[in-house]
Design a protein around this ligand. Sequence first.
Ligand code: ACO
Length: 346
Amino acid sequence: MTIQKILKGVKIIGVGGAVPPTIIMNDALTQLVDTSDEWITSRTGIKQRHVLSGDETLSDLGVQAAKQAVAQAGVDPATIGMVIVATTTPDERYPAMAARVQTGIGAVNASGYDIALACTGFAAALITAEQFLRTGFHQRILVIGADAHTRVMDWSDRNTCVLFGDGAGAVLLESTELENDAFLACDMNLDGAKANELHADHIVNNCPLVPQASARSPYVQMNGREVYKFAVAVVMNSILRTLENCQKTIEDIDYLILHQANIRIMESMTERLGIPPEKMIVNLQRYGNTSAATIPLALNEAVLDGRIKTGSTVMICGFGGGLSWASSCFKWGGPTVAVTTEQMNG
Ligand code: ACO
């Protein structure tokens, strides 16, 4: 029998987001480091962040976000073929967080794994899922971006501890006929030569019978200025390349969702790309940098409040640890649902 290999179209059919209930305002951080609300707001745009507390887990946030996406799509979780979680701060070394989400939402027939690409993780996971759906390998895939960087922070380092928050966002993708394809183009990159500009090491315990490894910091190490320069340099090119790949122009973008790291990076991009600021989705003032979760959390809010509607052309671009960066341009194909305060607040 000849197997017909026909590429499929791909669309998003649901989105969700969740953050922990505890909020830490900028002012509270002055108890820990020599900083101020004025410095944090003017240099980053961040006013507050949500943080995991006590026995709360990142997996629970992932499950909450995933349940919202599945409910919005109105599908049976047993029809999901795969769960991909983008995270570099999972609750456990193993199993993959995908295993916790799979069982937490009842996706009993799904395979799955985690992708570790820091703040680029969600964009990379989305592009990965797109390929499995295009080839017909799976019909439905859940993609989650989730991170809890507040658990890997040196809370005495003012250069990093004021920047991050915790959260999870999810999208459910489905294969469709090629003529209904909503994924227009993408772009994905890695520059490992710059890895040390932004990294968080594991504590290494060698076998006691051999020499121990040199002491390492378990916390996030970031050369903020270099990462800033890198982001401004690569994001614009990645967006332009993605547009070129689908023969679209800047004017065709209805909404731009950049990784929410710093408001100054976003403002610089709107200026250099010539995109009206109202087309940029910004929510980092409320969540800080939630790493792999920033893009799906922002997408979720913009869908819930009605800015992104069926047919809207959305460009996302993630950048961060690796150093890595990735863009994807798609038409919003999911349903638009009325906002509830509970959903907006995660
Ligand atoms: N409060 C007060 N002062 C501070 C603080 C703080 N929280 N942090 C740093 N400073 C001081 C510095 O010590 C420095 O003082 P000095 O001049 O006496 O040495 C001064 O402020 C300026 O420091 P810079 O590092 O030059 O500040 P900058 O304007 O570059 O802002 C920031 C720093 C916000 C980190 C910025 O560089 C940035 O956003 N970089 C990009 C980060 C990013 O995009 N990360 C994304 C990926 S994250 C991931 O992948 C996990």
